[in-house]
Design a protein. Structure first.
Length: 81
């Protein structure tokens, strides 16, 4: 089983990392939503292009950020109890 990389950090470091990751994920989500809207708009007006695949290619990065945030929050919860 994989070792938890957040187990070595202090509680304050975990909270800071969670706060920063939450901000970055929300900004990235907003940018991705705008990009999806723009791609759909352009696909309707000009047809399919390779730019249509960009939001799909960036989606795994969003998923990884969300999974990392969940792991950090679980570690924080385990330390509080």
């Amino acid at each position: 089983m994989k070792e938890n990389p957040y187990a070595k950090l202090s509680l304050d470091e975990l909270k800071t990392k969670a706060k920063n990751l939450k901000k970055a994920t929300s900004i990235f989500t907003g940018i991705l939503m705008v990009l999806i809207f723009a791609v759909v708009f352009l696909a309707i007006r000009q047809g399919f292009s390779m730019m249509t695949l960009v939001p799909t290619a960036l989606l795994p990065m969003l998923i990884i950020n969300i999974m990392s945030l969940n792991t950090i929050q679980k570690e924080i919860q385990s330390r509080k109890s």
